[in-house]
Design a protein around this ligand. Structure first.
Ligand code: ATP
Length: 627
């Protein structure tokens, strides 16, 4: 397999990625472990590469025989055989090349399939703290680009290095056999060529890097400005002209660097052609003189000229083999880095399974601090978010309460008091720093993920719907739910009539780019989704946003039915909720400062009474509670 000039330029421009990079010794061992299922194919592949390289040496020899033996001897039969051999060699070369490519692709794609599925599964199971601290774009780019880099390493780099080593060796052996002086001359100019190529490679690398940065800047601007929220801001602030100028400026720089890069890339080939012409001239000269004095035949000179063309590109590529190898390993290493991220919130091997969950929830002197920044990301480096001053601060201190099975517990408190945090600890989105949270007397950390998951249903303020049909969104909670069950849940959640009126009913695609449901409708779909799951414990974050009274009423009804018979922890924003609560917990700066029923707390005249007067009595929820 010949290395294409473009591949060569590409690998030269990759140097920067591996500059000063120290590889972990275990990386190669780990890569080999991934390659293990494909080892038989790998052996066949190496044989195919060797065979293809051997075949590539034959055509110049055929020409030599034609010129030196067949034609001078007027041997028509041999001419025919040589012609047939040329066809045969070409066919063999084609078949071997295809076969080798097929094998490389099978190994590369297979290996990458294994790695990609493992990576997705691993990242998906990372704790939520990882996602809050990781830039999605950077993570996705790593999962795509580095996996593709690793794939290229197997399918291209490996076969390139292999075929170049075998190809150059075979060519040199034959060349030396044909003429030692000419081969030596051919080799003497190689360093000049490599030096020039490296020089241009360096220039090209700098230009490529800059162009990548400029490209990414341009893309960021496009993504920001052309997203709905960005476009809205641009319109509202009348910034279209300024944005156009900024974009034009960036695009202009991308254009200029593109031109420079084209010149450098072409410069490489110009030098290649010049050096090759120089050596060809030397071959003509020495070969011609040798032919005149009878020490060399014409066919040999012709064959040597052909071999020259076969020698330089692979030789130059090989001088870059170390970089190719390193950059391939870097791709693998970056993938391994993600695979090695600690999942932290793990299921214990001896985890308990709860059947018939009653829904007794107990917070046993729980304290909590959010994980420190850089915890997950130091190894990911480029996706690390800046550390915040808040890190390590105790967000919850000694929170203790119990929810009896079927009871409604309302959480209230000023913004930032820690209400959402409490709701996230129960389903183990984070683990407590000290203390324990128990369901039916069992520490949630001792429960199997399946049990915990089955026990708890969550409806957030602004629930997320995937970009799939409503039915599929609902079945996310219970994949085997029948249509009748979906409909029943949606009726209870007061959303069936809305869905039924949509053009495609339950098959209407919603979510990011789909049909837009209003905030209230979305929350009702989320209630239906939660109902399908039928959990014993419900966590509910009531919407603070203004809803019209019709919508409020529908949601209120849905909640009433949904919470019936379930233990519920509600971050309350509605008057009706706090009135109906069996117990209200008032959180302030991470501590429970008051606790009791509405009437008791109001009587105390403390923080709750303040909150009640300032928040609940003036909030739109007041309307929902009725007169
Ligand atoms: P609100 O009513 O405004 O939603 P809240 O009572 O729900 O507030 P929380 O969201 O639980 O409050 O936040 C409690 C504290 O924890 C806040 O000071 C917040 O800054 C901090 N906090 C929240 N999420 C994180 C996080 N991922 N990392 C670090 N600190 C956080």
């Amino acid at each position: 397999m010949q290395s294409s000039p473009w591949m060569l330029m590409h690998s030269m421009s990759q140097n920067s990625r591996v500059k000063g990079k120290k590889l972990q010794p275990q990386t190669l061992r780990r890569v080999l472990r991934y390659a293990k299922p494909y080892r038989r194919k790998l052996v066949v592949f190496v044989i195919a590469v060797a065979a293809a390289s051997a075949v590539a040496v034959v055509p110049p020899l055929l020409l030599r025989d034609l010129l030196d033996v067949a034609i001078p001897n007027h041997n028509g039969g041999l001419v025919m055989w040589l012609a047939l051999a040329a066809v045969g060699v070409a066919l063999m070369d084609a078949v071997l090349n295809l076969y080798q490519r097929w094998l490389a692709a099978q190994i590369g794609e297979g290996l990458i399939y294994d790695m990609r599925t493992q990576l997705f599964d691993h990242v998906q199971r990372m704790p939520i703290a990882f996602f809050t601290r990781t830039q999605t774009g950077a993570l996705i780019s790593r999962m795509n680009n580095d996996v593709i880099g690793a794939q290229r390493a197997v399918t291209t780099t490996l076969s390139q290095i292999l075929s170049n080593v075998i190809g150059v060796t075979a060519t040199l052996v034959v060349m030396f056999a044909l003429s030692v002086p000419i081969t030596l001359i051919a080799l003497v100019v190689v360093p000049i060529f490599i030096f020039a190529a490296k020089y241009i490679g360096r220039k090209l690398r700098a230009v490529t890097l800059e162009s990548m940065n400029l490209d990414s800047g341009m893309n960021t601007l496009m993504t920001e400005r052309l997203g709905v929220s960005g476009a809205l801001l641009v319109k509202l602030f009348g910034q279209a002209d300024a944005d156009r100028d900024e974009f034009a400026d960036r695009a202009g720089r991308v254009r200029d660097i593109g031109i420079l890069s084209a010149i450098y890339a072409r410069g490489f080939f110009v030098i290649l052609a010049l050096v090759a012409a120089l050596v060809t001239a030397a071959v003509y000269w020495i070969g011609g003189m040798s032919a005149i004095n009878g020490s060399m035949k014409v066919g040999t000179i012709a064959a040597l000229t052909l071999y020259l063309a076969q020698l330089y590109m692979p030789l130059t590529a090989l001088t870059n083999a170390r970089v190719d190898y390193l950059s391939a390993m870097v791709s693998f290493e970056r993938v391994f880095e993600v695979l090695d991220l600690d999942q932290e919130i793990k299921e214990r091997p001896d985890s308990q399974t709860l059947s018939n969950i009653r829904g007794d929830v107990q917070f046993d002197h729980v304290s909590f601090s959010y994980p420190k920044g850089g915890k997950f990301l130091e190894s990911l480096g480029d996706v690390a978010t800046p550390k915040t001053h808040d890190e390590g601060r105790e967000v919850l201190s000694d929170v203790a309460f119990e929810i009896q099975p079927g009871a409604l517990c309302a959480l209230v408190g000023p913004s930032g008091a820690g209400k959402t945090t409490v709701s996230m600890l129960l389903p183990r989105l984070y683990d407590v720093t000290s203390g324990a949270i128990k369901i039916d007397g069992v520490d949630v950390r001792d429960l199997s993920f399946a049990s915990l998951n089955r026990a708890i249903g969550v409806v957030t303020q602004d629930p997320h719907l995937f970009h799939v049909s409503i039915a599929e969104n609902l079945r996310f909670a219970r994949p085997d739910a029948t249509e009748a069950e979906l409909e029943a849940a949606c009726r209870v959640a007061n959303i069936h009539h809305v869905i039924a009126a949509l053009p495609d009913g339950y098959d209407t695609v919603v979510g990011e780019r789909g049909y837009r449901l209003s905030g209230g409708e979305k929350q009702r779909v989320a209630i239906a989704r939660m109902l399908l799951k039928d959990p014993a414990i419900v966590i509910l974050d009531e919407a603070t946003s203004h809803l019209d009274s019709e919508s409020e009423h529908l949601i209120q009804e849905a909640f009433d039915v949904a919470l019936r018979g379930r233990s519920s922890l509600v971050i309350a924003h509605r008057l009706s909720t706090i009135m109906a609560a069996d117990r209200i917990l008032v959180l302030d700066q991470g501590r429970i400062v008051e606790s009791g029923t509405h009437a008791q707390l109001l009587g105390q005249g403390g923080l709750y009474a303040d909150l009640f007067n300032t928040q609940f009595l003036t909030s739109p929820a007041k309307r929902a509670a009725g007169p």
